[in-house]
Design a protein around this ligand. Structure first.
Ligand code: BMA
Length: 299
């Protein structure tokens, strides 16, 4: 890949003993492609040289300008990639799947609506696939559409998705006015642990992207059990303040290193959060599952 100017907002997953990132890679032509990086320790990654192709994506009838911000979920025998796709005047959600991070095939492409930040739950809920997404209902002066509500959608087949109910809304005047899902939720005994991004828009001259966390009811994820009052990660380092888009930490991948036999994350498990910094580089923040849960409950 030549002339790369930024690498950010990666999906992340541990799959068959390897830590993978699916990187959003941008050229100096502001073209966006996805590339795979892999690691034995979650810290030092080797980027594979080729850009990934998604079999079947060329059969979509709309012109797709960019695919970006992939979120990775292991479910059954596949890793599913939920990605955003910019088409004329809107953003769609597509789902692809892979088993080996070499070959990717398109599972579905929503060709209606305008929505972003789609994340698939790692197991079915009441026998149906579940995903969170963030409809774009707020138009910014720049022409970009965004949103302040995360909703739950369900599907029998990963193809047709029906919105079920709102899950959470932005809190105007505070850190998370506009919001969107970060990495896919992690199952814990305290609920679905979910990291999201919030944008403060009320400060003159800058939109500040931060990360917060929420616990959703295990059986009914439209119910919020607890939510951090404050952000848990905000731009503080120079590489988070300065870049293509300043003042951005954008959480997109989470690797938790220990689960029990029923798929619950162990409280003392290490959680590595991968995030885009200033839409230019990838950062990683380390914590534990228990610390994230406490941040939700204590605030
Ligand atoms: C959001 C998305 C992200 C991006 C962020 C900050 O709306 O477009 O891909 O990282 O803005 O620019």
């Amino acid at each position: 890949m030549r002339d790369v100017s930024s690498v950010f907002n990666p999906g992340a997953i541990r799959w068959r003993g390897v830590d993978y990132l699916l990187l959003r890679v941008q050229t100096r032509g502001r073209k966006t492609v996805l590339m795979v990086a892999e690691s034995d320790d979650g810290e030092r990654f080797t980027v594979r040289p080729s850009v990934i192709e998604i079999d079947g994506l060329d059969s979509v009838s709309e012109t797709i300008y960019h695919i970006y911000d992939p979120r990775l979920t292991a479910l059954g025998e596949h890793v599913f990639v939920v990605f955003a796709a910019d088409v004329e005047g809107a953003c769609r959600l597509g789902i692809a799947r892979t088993q080996d991070f070499e070959r990717f095939e398109l599972v579905s492409f929503d060709d209606a609506g305008d929505t972003r930040n789609g994340v698939l739950f790692p197991e079915k809920i009441d026998g149906r696939y579940a995903r969170l997404e963030r409809p774009n209902r707020v138009a910014l002066d720049s022409g970009v559409t965004t949103g302040s509500e995360i909703v739950l959608s369900m599907s029998d087949n990963l193809i047709a998705w029906t919105p079920v109910a709102p899950v959470m809304a932005g809190r105007w005047h505070y850190w998370d006015e506009l919001i969107g899902s970060g990495p896919p939720p992690i199952k814990t005994h305290a609920g679905w642990l979910h990291i999201y991004h919030g944008v403060a828009t009320h400060l003159v001259g800058a939109n500040i992207y931060q990360a917060g966390a929420v616990l959703l009811d295990l059986h009914d994820p439209t119910k919020v059990v607890a939510r951090t009052e404050n952000n848990i990660l905000e731009p503080r380092e120079l590489y988070e303040h300065v870049g293509q888009v300043p003042n951005v930490v954008f959480p997109s991948g989470l690797i938790v290193d220990a689960f029990d036999d029923e798929g619950f994350a162990k409280p003392n498990a290490t959680a590595r959060l991968y995030y885009g910094a200033a839409d230019t580089v990838v950062g990683m923040a380390t914590t534990t599952v228990d610390e994230l849960i406490r941040a939700c409950l204590e605030d």
